[in-house]
Design a protein around this ligand. Structure first.
Ligand SMILES: O=P(O)(O)OC[C@H]1O[C@H](O)[C@H](O)[C@@H](O)[C@@H]1O
Length: 466
């Protein structure tokens, strides 16, 4: 029951949910691997590796001939091979709305969104783009029906098997339609989600772009304007290693624990289960809290609306104020998609050798009139403080004495060849209003030079820049 209620609460839409065990909470599941599957979170490596190994041994499978009307909420009981077999169809939208109502102050948010509690009574101008992914039904119910947003403010809300030809990736490249519309109009907030709704992009008036790293840091700063955190308290904060370290400064100011984990949401789960983590995020447009064990795009928009309503300020003003208070982490990510695998592996091996050579520490690297001194070079590894497991080879890092960083890793999700990701993060205490592309140019040039990326990949420009 614990698994099913968490899965209900999580937006497990349009797919089949396979649970790991018939005895959740028991010492071991059916595959003989011990892990807590009750939290509804992603399975750990050992478990998915075992599934993969077993998939190679499957000789036959059986299909249960039970007929279920998936358009109707309810339980169907049947007998299969003499054993009871139950299929339950749930309404995940209503479950999710109930959960969001427990987390956020819907009365306050509806006054703010519908305009009833705003001076002049004008509704908030929103442009929420579901990009024909699964969030459509949630977006209609939450923003339009519950909060009183205008119907024209939500678009592409019909989930389609082919996403209607869109590429539901919430970034400046693939959500261009949203960016252009918000830039040309008078919208207060724009947001887009990916196909399964766990990732999000937030933009403000005139398409002011909030980097995922800043989004995490700003939400962290304002956590207590969200009833869930006021009630449950604020525990530690966390980010994936390549994510810019803006949130670290908020954790320090709040006196909270801060965790840096490898890329992949599964690394946050243990910390949440142990009560040490309440908010986390990744540069790959994932933001979420311990209300579930995945990132949650719609939750992130509700968090931003709560902050806008609490402060009465625009998204850009909220960010600028944040940078003035904490300083700014300029951040960019370059993706080189579908490169040949062998030279990329060679590039990573060569770079690892260079940066882990003890002589690399203390080196001064210059470009564009700026010089950075190397403080550390490594292949990131993570010691899980809860289960004590160690994850090695999680990305190459060069950290400079001023806190700036160059990170390079190969994507674990690309579908063909290799996708190289280059992340640049640079901190400025005072100079916070510059353009990221200009501020980061010297570090990008240094990264390309040290890694010899153009030579190894044959690419002179990335496919996607964030
Ligand atoms: O390995 P990459 O392509 O950079 O993808 C990294 C991302 O992969 C999946 O989407 C995970 O759910 C994310 O938590 C992770 O950030």
């Amino acid at each position: 029951p614990a698994v099913s209620s968490l899965i209900r609460r999580h937006k497990a839409l349009g797919g089949i949910v396979l649970t790991a065990s018939h005895n959740p909470g028991g010492p071991e599941n059916d595959f003989g691997i011990k892990f807590n599957c009750e939290n509804g979170g992603p399975a750990p490596d050992a478990f998915t590796n075992k599934i993969y190994a077993l998939s190679g041994e499957i000789k036959q499978y059986k299909i249960a001939s039970v007929s279920v009307d998936v358009g109707k909420v309810g339980v169907t009981n049947a007998e299969v091979d003499g054993k009871p077999f139950t299929v339950e169809v749930i309404d995940s939208v209503s479950d999710y709305v109930l959960l969001m109502k427990e987390i956020f102050d819907f009365e306050q948010l509806s006054g703010f969104v519908s305009g009833k509690s705003r001076p002049g009574g004008a509704p908030l101008k929103m442009r929420i783009d579901s990009m024909n992914g699964v969030t459509g039904s949630y977006v209609n119910e939450i923003f339009v029906n519950c909060l009183g947003a205008s119907k024209d403010g939500v678009v592409h809300t019909t989930p389609l098997p082919d996403f209607g030809g869109l590429h539901p990736d919430p970034n400046l490249t693939y959500a261009k339609d949203l960016v252009d519309t918000v830039r040309a109009g008078d919208y207060d907030i724009g947001a887009a989600f990916d196909g399964d709704g766990d990732r999000n992009m937030i933009i403000g008036r005139k398409a002011f772009f909030v980097t995922p790293s800043d989004s995490l840091a700003v939400i962290a700063h304002y956590l207590e304007c969200i009833p869930y955190f006021k009630r449950n308290g604020v525990q530690g904060l966390a980010r994936s290693m390549p994510t810019a370290s803006a949130v670290d400064r908020v954790a320090e100011a709040l006196g909270k624990e801060m965790f840096e984990v490898p890329t992949g949401w599964k690394y946050f789960g243990n910390l949440m289960d142990a009560g040490r983590l309440c908010l986390c995020g990744e540069e790959s447009f994932g933001t979420g809290s311990n209300h579930i064990r995945e990132k949650d795009g719609v939750w992130a928009v509700l968090a931003w609306l709560s902050i806008m309503s609490h402060t009465g300020k625009s998204i850009e003003d909220i960010c600028v104020e944040h940078w003035k208070r904490y300083g700014r982490n300029y951040f960019t990510r370059y993706d080189y998609e579908e490169c040949d695998l062998a030279p990329c592996n060679e590039m990573m091996e060569t770079l690892e050798k260079t940066i882990t050579d003890p002589a690399f520490v203390g080196k001064e690297l210059s470009a564009g009139g700026k010089t950075y001194k190397v403080k550390l070079g490594d292949n990131f590894s993570y010691n899980d403080p809860i289960d004590k497991s160690v994850s090695t080879k999680q990305g190459l890092r060069i950290v400079f004495t001023d806190g700036s960083r160059i990170v390079m890793r190969l994507s674990g999700t690309g579908s063909s060849g290799a996708t190289v990701r280059l992340y640049i993060d640079s901190y400025e205490k005072e100079n916070v209003l510059g353009s990221a592309s200009e501020m980061l140019k010297p570090l990008i040039d240094i990264a390309l030079e040290v890694s010899k990326l153009p030579t190894f990949t044959g690419r002179n420009a990335p496919t996607v820049i964030t």
